[in-house]
Design a binder for this molecule. Structure first.
Ligand code: S3P
Length: 169
Protein backbone atom coordinates (compact mmCIF):
# COMPACT_ATOMS: atom_id res chain seq x y z
CA UNK A 1 0.00 0.00 0.00
CA UNK A 2 1.18 3.51 -0.83
CA UNK A 3 0.13 6.53 1.16
CA UNK A 4 -1.75 9.19 -0.77
CA UNK A 5 0.10 12.30 -1.92
CA UNK A 6 -2.12 15.15 -0.72
CA UNK A 7 -1.61 18.63 -2.18
CA UNK A 8 -2.93 21.55 -0.17
CA UNK A 9 -2.29 25.29 -0.33
CA UNK A 10 -3.77 28.57 -1.39
CA UNK A 11 -5.47 29.17 -4.75
CA UNK A 12 -2.91 29.78 -7.47
CA UNK A 13 -0.04 27.96 -5.79
CA UNK A 14 -0.02 25.36 -8.58
CA UNK A 15 -1.72 22.38 -6.92
CA UNK A 16 -3.58 21.27 -10.04
CA UNK A 17 -0.68 21.54 -12.49
CA UNK A 18 1.70 19.85 -10.07
CA UNK A 19 -0.88 17.12 -9.44
CA UNK A 20 -1.11 16.46 -13.21
CA UNK A 21 2.67 16.38 -13.47
CA UNK A 22 2.84 13.86 -10.61
CA UNK A 23 0.25 11.73 -12.37
CA UNK A 24 2.44 11.70 -15.48
CA UNK A 25 5.54 10.79 -13.45
CA UNK A 26 4.01 7.95 -11.36
CA UNK A 27 1.52 5.12 -11.64
CA UNK A 28 -0.82 6.88 -9.21
CA UNK A 29 -4.34 8.04 -10.01
CA UNK A 30 -5.25 11.67 -9.61
CA UNK A 31 -8.40 12.90 -7.90
CA UNK A 32 -9.39 16.53 -7.40
CA UNK A 33 -11.80 17.48 -4.62
CA UNK A 34 -13.13 20.38 -6.70
CA UNK A 35 -13.75 18.14 -9.72
CA UNK A 36 -15.54 15.54 -7.60
CA UNK A 37 -17.72 18.24 -6.06
CA UNK A 38 -18.58 19.60 -9.51
CA UNK A 39 -19.42 16.09 -10.74
CA UNK A 40 -21.63 15.38 -7.73
CA UNK A 41 -23.46 18.69 -7.99
CA UNK A 42 -23.54 18.83 -11.79
CA UNK A 43 -22.39 22.44 -11.90
CA UNK A 44 -19.23 24.52 -11.57
CA UNK A 45 -17.93 25.67 -8.17
CA UNK A 46 -18.81 29.29 -8.94
CA UNK A 47 -22.48 28.33 -9.41
CA UNK A 48 -22.53 26.19 -6.28
CA UNK A 49 -21.31 29.20 -4.28
CA UNK A 50 -23.77 31.49 -6.00
CA UNK A 51 -26.85 29.26 -5.73
CA UNK A 52 -26.27 27.48 -2.43
CA UNK A 53 -23.52 29.36 -0.61
CA UNK A 54 -20.09 28.54 0.77
CA UNK A 55 -21.38 26.50 3.76
CA UNK A 56 -23.15 24.13 1.39
CA UNK A 57 -19.99 23.82 -0.72
CA UNK A 58 -17.96 23.00 2.42
CA UNK A 59 -20.41 20.25 3.40
CA UNK A 60 -20.09 18.57 0.03
CA UNK A 61 -16.31 19.03 0.17
CA UNK A 62 -16.23 17.28 3.54
CA UNK A 63 -18.12 14.27 2.20
CA UNK A 64 -15.79 14.02 -0.77
CA UNK A 65 -12.70 14.18 1.49
CA UNK A 66 -14.14 11.48 3.73
CA UNK A 67 -14.64 9.18 0.72
CA UNK A 68 -11.28 9.65 -0.97
CA UNK A 69 -9.29 9.50 2.26
CA UNK A 70 -10.22 5.84 2.52
CA UNK A 71 -8.48 5.06 -0.74
CA UNK A 72 -4.74 4.62 -1.26
CA UNK A 73 -1.95 5.35 -3.78
CA UNK A 74 -3.75 8.48 -4.97
CA UNK A 75 -2.64 11.99 -5.76
CA UNK A 76 -5.26 14.18 -4.07
CA UNK A 77 -5.56 17.74 -5.38
CA UNK A 78 -7.42 19.64 -2.64
CA UNK A 79 -9.26 22.94 -2.92
CA UNK A 80 -7.55 25.87 -1.25
CA UNK A 81 -9.95 25.85 1.69
CA UNK A 82 -10.17 22.10 2.30
CA UNK A 83 -7.84 22.20 5.31
CA UNK A 84 -9.88 24.85 7.12
CA UNK A 85 -11.91 21.93 8.51
CA UNK A 86 -10.02 19.93 11.10
CA UNK A 87 -11.83 16.67 10.36
CA UNK A 88 -10.73 17.02 6.74
CA UNK A 89 -7.11 17.35 7.87
CA UNK A 90 -7.43 14.33 10.18
CA UNK A 91 -8.96 12.27 7.37
CA UNK A 92 -6.34 13.28 4.83
CA UNK A 93 -3.51 12.57 7.28
CA UNK A 94 -4.74 9.08 8.17
CA UNK A 95 -3.74 7.71 4.85
CA UNK A 96 -1.65 10.41 3.24
CA UNK A 97 1.39 12.62 3.29
CA UNK A 98 0.43 16.26 3.06
CA UNK A 99 2.39 18.70 0.90
CA UNK A 100 1.57 22.37 1.07
CA UNK A 101 2.40 24.42 -2.01
CA UNK A 102 3.07 28.10 -1.42
CA UNK A 103 3.84 31.14 -3.54
CA UNK A 104 4.43 34.82 -2.93
CA UNK A 105 1.21 36.89 -2.84
CA UNK A 106 2.19 38.80 -5.99
CA UNK A 107 2.87 35.56 -7.85
CA UNK A 108 -0.50 34.19 -6.73
CA UNK A 109 -2.17 37.38 -7.94
CA UNK A 110 -0.52 37.13 -11.37
CA UNK A 111 -1.64 33.53 -11.70
CA UNK A 112 -5.28 34.09 -10.73
CA UNK A 113 -6.04 37.59 -11.99
CA UNK A 114 -7.48 36.62 -15.37
CA UNK A 115 -9.45 33.61 -14.12
CA UNK A 116 -13.08 33.87 -13.10
CA UNK A 117 -13.82 30.44 -11.64
CA UNK A 118 -12.80 31.24 -8.05
CA UNK A 119 -15.72 32.88 -6.27
CA UNK A 120 -13.65 33.97 -3.25
CA UNK A 121 -11.43 36.10 -5.47
CA UNK A 122 -14.18 37.62 -7.61
CA UNK A 123 -14.05 40.77 -5.51
CA UNK A 124 -13.17 44.39 -6.11
CA UNK A 125 -9.65 44.16 -4.69
CA UNK A 126 -8.41 40.59 -5.19
CA UNK A 127 -4.84 41.53 -4.17
CA UNK A 128 -6.00 42.65 -0.73
CA UNK A 129 -8.27 39.60 -0.45
CA UNK A 130 -5.36 37.27 -1.22
CA UNK A 131 -3.27 38.83 1.57
CA UNK A 132 -6.17 38.75 4.01
CA UNK A 133 -7.01 35.09 3.35
CA UNK A 134 -3.34 34.07 3.40
CA UNK A 135 -2.93 35.59 6.86
CA UNK A 136 -6.01 33.80 8.20
CA UNK A 137 -5.07 30.50 6.63
CA UNK A 138 -1.39 30.37 7.51
CA UNK A 139 -1.84 28.13 10.60
CA UNK A 140 -4.04 25.75 8.63
CA UNK A 141 -1.52 25.34 5.84
CA UNK A 142 1.22 24.87 8.45
CA UNK A 143 -0.32 21.49 9.30
CA UNK A 144 1.31 19.99 6.20
CA UNK A 145 4.11 17.47 6.54
CA UNK A 146 6.18 19.35 3.94
CA UNK A 147 5.96 22.82 2.41
CA UNK A 148 7.25 23.64 -1.06
CA UNK A 149 7.51 27.08 -2.64
CA UNK A 150 6.33 27.18 -6.26
CA UNK A 151 7.05 30.87 -6.91
CA UNK A 152 9.73 30.00 -9.47
CA UNK A 153 7.01 28.21 -11.44
CA UNK A 154 8.91 25.16 -12.66
CA UNK A 155 6.34 22.40 -12.38
CA UNK A 156 8.68 19.46 -13.06
CA UNK A 157 11.04 20.59 -10.31
CA UNK A 158 8.25 20.91 -7.75
CA UNK A 159 6.88 17.47 -8.66
CA UNK A 160 10.36 15.97 -8.39
CA UNK A 161 10.88 17.62 -5.00
CA UNK A 162 7.70 15.92 -3.80
CA UNK A 163 8.75 12.54 -5.18
CA UNK A 164 12.12 12.88 -3.43
CA UNK A 165 10.23 12.54 -0.16
CA UNK A 166 8.70 9.27 -1.38
CA UNK A 167 11.49 6.82 -2.15
CA UNK A 168 9.08 4.06 -3.14
CA UNK A 169 7.41 5.91 -6.02
C1 S3P B 1 -11.22 27.64 -2.54
C2 S3P B 1 -10.33 27.20 -3.49
C3 S3P B 1 -10.78 26.62 -4.76
C4 S3P B 1 -12.17 26.00 -4.61
C5 S3P B 1 -13.12 27.00 -4.05
C6 S3P B 1 -12.69 27.51 -2.67
C7 S3P B 1 -10.68 28.25 -1.29
O1 S3P B 1 -9.84 25.62 -5.18
O2 S3P B 1 -12.13 24.85 -3.79
O3 S3P B 1 -13.22 28.07 -4.96
O4 S3P B 1 -11.42 28.37 -0.29
O5 S3P B 1 -9.46 28.58 -1.27
P1 S3P B 1 -8.39 25.97 -5.80
O6 S3P B 1 -7.45 26.16 -4.65
O7 S3P B 1 -8.04 24.74 -6.58
O8 S3P B 1 -8.53 27.18 -6.65
Amino acid sequence: MKKNIVLIGFMGTGKSVVAKQLEAMTSRRLVSTDELIEQKEGKPISEIFEDLGEDYFRRIEKGVVQEISQRESLIIDCGGGTVLDKENVANLKKNGIIFCLTALPDVIYQRVKDKTHRPLLNVEDPKAKIKELLAVREPYYAQADYTIDTSHGIVEIVAQEILNFLPYD
